[in-house]
Design a protein around this ligand. Structure first.
Ligand SMILES: Cc1cc2nc3c(=O)[nH]c(=O)nc-3n(C[C@H](O)[C@H](O)[C@H](O)COP(=O)(O)OP(=O)(O)OC[C@H]3O[C@@H](n4cnc5c(N)ncnc54)[C@H](O)[C@@H]3O)c2cc1C
Length: 406
């Protein structure tokens, strides 16, 4: 049996469904195929994962009609504080961003994975063809379209196949797209905490000599931590029972959080950089982690993916309106030209920040302190950093990220 679509998306994580919904709303016939069972992550239990979403990403969620249901679950980020820490001491100097300094009045929103994923999963069946628990196992492009082979024996036909299938993208591999990357020899420990000191919407980044520790605000006086450290240290700490884990963590964030308890299970993520050397091939385009898997140091991974979603959706919809074949190289090259430089420079920028900060070299320590102090002292520079973090300085800005209809 063969089914016809404008776009088939391999991957139903976060970026795949977001693109699918945007394109379906614009009148395209879309299928999203995902290897995982649809309900595997959409449970009511908090699993500790949360995203710092830039304002531009929030606009995209509004644009695809999900924000009204997500807003009551989100925690606005009103302040960002980045400082150096050592043992239990956190420097008084650093970078201090306050949302009052930019006209939007908020820097971003913290969203828990369970709410975001569920909203995407629940919206799909009403607006597009969602095929869960099925893998894309093959693809064959020709002049008129692309055949997409599924693990259940079905074959789908589309004008374009989008790889939203994560860091080990099979779509990219089958298209012959090579990757550049390396392991950071670091692991991120992720957990949710109940905190004693109210966070008032402040997101903290503490640069410890072993790696960055992010303490991000969640609703109901909880915080999400992303604690990056070397692999051997992470193994030791991850293996500790909960009580002992909290005893190791607490001194680092006592001034920020006060007494802490766990508010969900703990997770470990090995950290590495992986960049696709091309974002497009014959009737193929890559988005999200399939195109660029980055260090979580600035919480930008999903934000970058949603920028791909907005840019690719705009290229495809504009091409369709102009009567162009959406799978043509000219259309796909427009998308690649728009996104590749931005993602690569941000990925390498985060890589450098991680290298610069994850050590205890006294000279670098002083230089880092001076550098942060210098940026903090100049309001115009501070505002520029804030607008960048909020995703408001992407040029040209895709319509969905500017809050306009597609
Ligand atoms: C510790 C940590 C903290 C983070 N914090 C933040 C943050 O604060 N803010 C932020 O913006 N980002 C953050 N990120 C990054 C963010 O989690 C990722 O960028 C994002 O989840 C990637 O989504 P995706 O949809 O591109 O890929 P994935 O979520 O990896 O989804 C890929 C999907 O493809 C499916 N798949 C794979 N192979 C196939 C196949 N053959 N056929 C069909 N389906 C297939 C999989 O089942 C999966 O559902 C963080 C990451 C880490 C590790």
């Amino acid at each position: 049996m063969k089914q016809d679509f404008d776009v088939v998306i391999a991957g139903g994580g976060l970026n795949g469904p977001a693109l699918g919904l945007a394109l379906a709303d614009a009148g395209m016939r879309v299928a999203v195929v995902d290897a995982a069972p649809a309900r595997a992550r959409a449970s009511d239990n908090f699993d500790g994962r949360a995203y710092a979403l830039a304002l531009a990403s929030v606009r995209l969620l509004k644009g695809i009609g999900l924000w009204d249901q997500l807003a009551p679950t989100a925690q606005p980020i009103t302040r960002v504080v980045a400082r150096q820490g050592r043992g239990k001491d956190i420097s008084d100097l650093g970078l201090f961003f306050d949302a009052n300094e930019i006209e939007e009045g908020v820097l971003g929103q913290m969203l828990e994975d369970r709410f975001l994923y569920r909203a995407l999963i629940e919206a799909m069946p009403q607006r597009l063809t969602h095929i869960p628990k099925t893998q894309v196992i093959g693809q064959q492009a020709d002049t008129g379209g692309i055949d997409v082979m599924l693990s259940d024996g079905r074959k789908l036909r589309a004008r374009l196949l989008v790889g939203a299938d994560g860091r080990r993208s099979g779509v990219a591999e089958r298209a012959g797209i090579s990757r550049t990357g390396w392991s950071y020899d670091q692991t991120a420990l992720v957990a949710a905490l109940s905190v004693e000191i109210p966070h008032h919407g402040t997101a903290h980044q503490v640069f410890l000599p072993t790696g960055p520790l992010a303490v991000l605000p969640l609703r109901d006086n909880r915080a999400s931590i992303v604690w990056s450290m070397t692999n051997p240290q992470a193994r030791t700490i991850a293996d500790l029972p909960d009580e002992a884990f909290l005893e190791v963590l607490a001194p680092h964030i006592r001034d920020i959080a006060g007494e802490i308890t766990l508010a969900g299970p703990r997770f470990s993520y090995p950290l590495g950089l992986t960049l696709a050397n091309a974002y497009v091939d014959e009737r193929v385009a890559l988005i999200g982690d399939a195109a660029h898997g980055v260090h979580p140091i600035a919480g930008q991974g999903l934000n970058l993916g949603l920028r791909d979603v907005a840019a690719l959706a705009e290229c495809l919809v504009d091409a369709a309106r102009n009567g162009e074949d959406i799978g043509f190289a000219t259309v796909l090259d427009r998308y690649q030209g728009w996104r590749r430089f931005d993602s690569t420079s941000l990925a390498l920028g985060m890589d450098s920040v991680n290298t610069l900060f994850s050590n205890d070299n006294p000279i670098l320590r002083t230089a880092r302190g001076l550098g942060m102090g210098a940026v903090n002292a100049v309001p115009a520079l501070r505002r520029r950093f804030m607008r960048q973090a909020a995703g408001l300085s992407t040029r040209p800005m895709p319509r969905l990220l500017a809050g306009q209809p597609l």
